[in-house]
Structures are given as structure tokens and as C-alpha cells.
Design a protein around this ligand. Structure first.
Ligand SMILES: Nc1nc2c(ncn2[C@@H]2O[C@H](COP(=O)(O)OP(=O)(O)O)[C@@H](O)[C@H]2O)c(=O)[nH]1
Ligand SMILES: [Mg+2]
Length: 287
């Protein structure tokens, strides 16, 4: 029997969800932030319920980590689904101005209703929600143009909710990452772990690194033209074809890390997360 890839902390999740629901009562617009490497896996199942009738702006962050052709495939796919995705690289401030405009436009109705009732306009209020580590804080910092919200490589850094005023027109709320209380899809759980988008949930590096190697082999076979050529061989000089992920990891450990499998696993995952293996999309639009 294989152990579940990720161990969840339901108490922590329930607390985060409760806090978020309270904050959602205060906002006009929801910025739903997802990871462009895995746009469907980082769709939180409760966001549409939480958003209700509020306006939502869909942000696919980390666009720098996927190839431009794949970004175009997603744009086409989301359009067919009736959605407009905003692609951003919050790290370098790319695409973020369009998000501000979209949030402002989404909030226009609020001030229309206020003025209809003889009330003064107020800034539109928005919240950024999404899985841990997808780049919510980095995005908000970019929208603001300065670093006011803590953003870090470690997942789960954002603990508290804070309002920040972006302009006279818009106020934003940063929020802690939310992960589903249950995740039955094993492949999705593995991709979340590979991308480091699951915050304080825990997993085994070696198991996830081995899965990553096998996922790469699968992606090269099924979507090879969207991937860099042999990313593992290019970086480590070791071919991954016809070996299990576990064997690859053991070989990598022996060749590069004096047999230390844990270090080999961490190097693999870190190299991917830093983009050192090239831009590798872990998910493509269905069909
Ligand atoms: N390459 C890249 N890194 C990003 C991007 N956005 C955020 N990051 C990095 O990812 C890490 C997590 O970002 P953070 O904003 O703290 O995520 P949060 O947990 O959703 O608030 C930080 O090290 C950021 O610098 C992006 O668009 N591209
Ligand atoms: Mg944060």
C-alpha cells in the first residue's frame, strides 16, 4: 500500500477558512490567485461559493514559469469556459497593472449603488485568495508598488489579514493561503507538493521527488513539444527514461550526493521550484 502523499492539518484549515469567510463579508471583489504551472489543481473548490455574487478576477501567477505557447493554450481554454484569466509574474511586476484595472472595473457597481442612494464613493475593497505560496503577497506588493506585505519562499508565511490601500480607488486585503479540507485526487496532491503550494501540510520529499521524475517522463511522452528537451539529463547528466522515479533518485543520490537520497530529493524539487530545470508546465488544458 502506498501512503497518502500529503498529510493535512484539518484544524488549521478550518480556522483559516473561518477567518477568510469573515473577511469576505467586507469585500466587493475577489482576486482569485492560482499557479500558472497548475491552474486547475490550484482552483480551490470553495472559491465560487465564497465569492457568491461578488465580482471575481482570475489571476494566474508565475507566468514566467511556463512557456508562452502554454499560456496561450490556457487563454483559449479559459475563454471557451467563459473566463478571462489575467497572467502575472508578481516577482517581476509583469501583468499586474491589468489586474488593478480589472479589480477597479469589477468594483464600479459598488459606487454606482452608493451614489444611487446618495452615499459618497469609497475605495473598492478586494481580497486576494488562493493556495499557499501561489504569490498572493508578491502580487499585492506589486499592485502597491512597494513591499508592505510579507512575501517569502517558505509556504505559509502569511498569518494575518491586513488592509492596504492601493490608490484612492482600491483597497486590498492580503489573506493566508487556503487549502481544501480534503483532497481525494492523488495526482493533484502530488502536483501541489511538487510546486510547494500546500503550505503547512506535510509530505515526504523523497516520495514527491520520485513522483516528479515520473511525471516529467510522462509529460515528455505526452506533451513533449511544450517542455524543454530532457530537462533532467541536461541538468544532472542522468537520463530518466526506462527507470522508476525511485531508481532515478537513488542514482542521483549516489552520483551527486554521496548516497544521500534526501538531499537528492530536495535538490530535484528546489531546482524545479527555482526554474532551474527550465519552464515546465505540470498541467495542460483538458483535451
Ligand atoms: N518566479 C516567480 N516567483 C514568484 C512569483 N510570485 C511570487 N513568487 C515567489 O514565490 C514565493 C511565494 O510568494 P508569496 O507572495 O509569499 O506567496 P503567498 O503565500 O501566496 O502570499 C516568493 O518567494 C515570491 O518571490 C512569480 O510570478 N514568479
Ligand atoms: Mg502571503
Amino acid at each position: 500500500m502506498t501512503s497518502p502523499p500529503i498529510q493535512w492539518y484539518p484544524g488549521h484549515i478550518a480556522k483559516a477558512e473561518k477567518a477568510l469567510k469573515e473577511q469576505l463579508k467586507l469585500v466587493d471583489v475577489v482576486l482569485e490567485v492560482r499557479d500558472a504551472r497548475i491552474p486547475l489543481v490550484t482552483q480551490h473548490p470553495l472559491v465560487s461559493q465564497w465569492t457568491g455574487s461578488k465580482m471575481r478576477v482570475l489571476v494566474l501567477n508565475r507566468v514566467d514559469m511556463i512557456p508562452p505557447q502554454v499560456r496561450q493554450l490556457w487563454i483559449d481554454w479559459f475563454r471557451r469556459e467563459g473566463e478571462t484569466p489575467y497572467f502575472t509574474d508578481a516577482q517581476h511586476g509583469k501583468g499586474t497593472a491589468a489586474v488593478t484595472l480589472a479589480a477597479q472595473a469589477a468594483g464600479l457597481g459598488v459606487n454606482q449603488r452608493r451614489s444611487d442612494r446618495g452615499m459618497l464613493p469609497r475605495p473598492v475593497r478586494a481580497v486576494a485568495i488562493g493556495f499557499p505560496n501561489v504569490g498572493k503577497s508578491a502580487l499585492i506588493n506589486r499592485l502597491l508598488g512597494k513591499r508592505v506585505v510579507e512575501s517569502a519562499r517558505r509556504a505559509g508565511v502569511t498569518k494575518q489579514l491586513r488592509w492596504v490601500r492601493i490608490s484612492e480607488e482600491i483597497e486590498l486585503l492580503d489573506a493566508p493561503g487556503v487549502i481544501p479540507a480534503k483532497l481525494d485526487d492523488r495526482d493533484a496532491a502530488i502536483k501541489l507538493a511538487i510546486c510547494d503550494d500546500i503550505g503547512e501540510a506535510s509530505y515526504n520529499n523523497q516520495q514527491i521527488a520520485a513522483e516528479f521524475v515520473e511525471l516529467l517522463t510522462y509529460l515528455e511522452a505526452t506533451a513533449g513539444n511544450f517542455l524543454p528537451k530532457s530537462p533532467l539529463r541536461s541538468r544532472y547528466g542522468l537520463d530518466a527514461t526506462n527507470v522508476t522515479g525511485e531508481d532515478y533518485l537513488l542514482t542521483l543520490a549516489n552520483e551527486k550526493h554521496q548516497g544521500d537520497t534526501e538531499r537528492a530529493a530536495r535538490q530535484l524539487l528546489n531546482d524545479f521550484r527555482k526554474g532551474l530545470l527550465g519552464s515546465i508546465p505540470l498541467e495542460l488544458p483538458p483535451n
